[in-house]
Design a protein. Structure first.
Length: 113
């Protein structure tokens, strides 16, 4: 997977994949302060996993800041790259990572598997 996130500034010189950057941002939105950042715990957002990913989705779809191939599993809430794994169950409107795709029936959405 190529990295699509182009940072204007990467103070830590981290060579992370897109998923790693989005996981850090997702965790920040849920209240976890990334290592190396100085921010008051009172200023840290503490969103639910659903609300945190809604912000990521908005930044993917509306502003194209983040690549839109990173999805959140509807079962385990893990982020994954839908270009290389997972299933989208269209009639249910749910994404499943490769660790949870066994929950989708073989003949989902008219034999798409």
């Amino acid at each position: 997977m190529k990295n699509e996130i182009k940072l204007l500034k990467n103070n830590d010189k981290k060579d992370w994949s897109d998923i790693e950057w989005l996981e850090e941002f997702n965790n920040f939105l849920k209240g976890e302060i990334p290592e190396g950042l100085c921010i008051s715990k009172h200023s840290t957002p503490k969103l639910t996993p659903k609300k945190a990913f809604t912000i990521i989705w908005y930044l993917q779809e509306h502003f194209s800041i983040f690549p839109d191939n990173i999805k959140k599993c509807s079962n385990c809430d893990e982020l994954y790259d839908c270009n290389s794994e997972g299933i989208y169950w269209e009639s249910k409107g749910k994404h499943f990572c490769s660790g949870c795709d066994h929950l989708v029936p073989y003949n989902y959405d008219n034999n798409n598997r």
